[in-house]
Design a protein around this ligand. Structure first.
Ligand code: SF4
Length: 327
């Protein structure tokens, strides 16, 4: 008898996941920041917007969402007649948790005529109180589409809010002081250091999931001189494919490096993270073992109370209608 190595163990679990997935006609949707062992068995890997779009398209009776809780809630809101499960009930999001429904109600009372624009990283209850749900790729367009005389309450990511205000020049826009603990770590010093250590490298910034909105804000203010592209995941892959001779610094959660390497087969040393510690612990709580258990036991089912789901569906559908498919 010999003991299985950790990799062999994971491969065995992955085989079982794939078998059960077929048997139960389940569809696995994973976020780009998931562990490689999850990305490898997922039917779709993308950002939060892509995950929502994919959830809406699928006709499978069971959808397993490998991402943080608000992502599973969004799928459950869009698929009220389907079983939506998450392998980890406690995969939270510091950004989504930075505003509660009570705080938003109180804020709305102070600005009764304001239009509420909520970033997709919010709980279902907060979305239910919003007029628009946005991602960082369409936030500018949506804010521009709101009549100029209308006040706007923008939440919860203050960096994205500051960026949007800078780009649109909107002065009657109030911003909730929320942030993601992972992306708040990105400082101008990190960007300056990366530019010094990687002369000629291009910085690729993913615009979703609160990612690197510090960078977006600095760029909008013209305080960032390194070559920088703000791209969706699919955009990053296309960009690297179209510019194969460059070096890159990836300014977002490190999980995306696996996705990029896998998709483009590029020399791994050409892709560097801006910071090695840009790791979302919540995302990494989902493991192959938990995913297998989720499929076996069909747990944990995510249910959003119908009255909240009904209201939250409106801003989500508006967001989807205003977004083009991206991977
Ligand atoms: S990286 Fe930040 S915004 Fe994204 S899920 Fe993790 S805590 Fe939330």
């Amino acid at each position: 008898m010999y003991a299985l190595s950790k990799n062999d163990e994971i491969r065995e679990i992955q085989r079982e996941i794939l078998r059960l997935k077929r048997e139960k006609s389940a569809y696995i949707i994973a976020h780009n920041y998931q562990l490689p062992e999850i990305q490898d068995v997922a039917d779709y890997v993308g950002d939060s917007l892509g995950m929502a779009m994919e959830a809406k398209k699928t006709d499978h009776p069971m959808v397993v969402v490998c991402g943080v809780h608000f992502m599973a809630e969004t799928a459950a809101i869009l698929l009220p007649d389907r079983k939506v499960i998450t392998p980890e009930r406690y995969a939270g999001c510091s950004l989504a948790e930075s505003i509660t429904p009570e705080q938003l109600k109180e804020w709305k009372k102070q600005h009764p005529e304001a239009v509420v624009v909520a970033y997709v990283n919010t709980t279902a209850e907060v979305k239910a109180l919003a007029d628009y749900t946005v991602t960082s790729s369409n936030a500018v367009d949506i804010v521009r589409s709101i009549p100029e005389d209308k006040e706007i309450l923008f939440l919860p990511d203050m960096f994205l809010g500051m960026y949007v205000r800078e780009v649109t020049g909107r002065r009657n826009m109030y911003i909730w002081p929320g942030e993601c603990h992972v992306h708040a770590r990105v400082s101008p010093q990190d960007i300056a250091r990366a530019a010094l250590e990687n002369p000629g490298a291009t910085m690729l910034v993913h615009p979703e999931c609160g990612c690197s909105t510090n960078c977006l804000y600095l760029k909008a203010r013209g305080e960032l001189s390194v070559p920088m592209e703000v791209l969706s995941t699919g955009g990053m892959v296309r960009y690297v494919k179209n510019n194969p001779d460059r070096d890159y610094v990836i300014a977002t959660e490190v999980g995306i490096l696996y996705r990029l390497q896998k998709e483009i087969g590029s020399d791994a040393s050409r892709l560097k993270p801006l910071r090695e510690d840009m790791v979302c612990e919540y995302m990494k709580t989902i493991t192959a073992e938990k995913l297998l258990k989720a499929l076996e036991k069909e747990q944990y089912e995510v249910k959003v109370p119908p009255e909240i789901a009904e209201r939250a569906r409106v801003p989500i559908e508006r967001m989807l209608a205003l977004s083009s498919p991206k991977r």
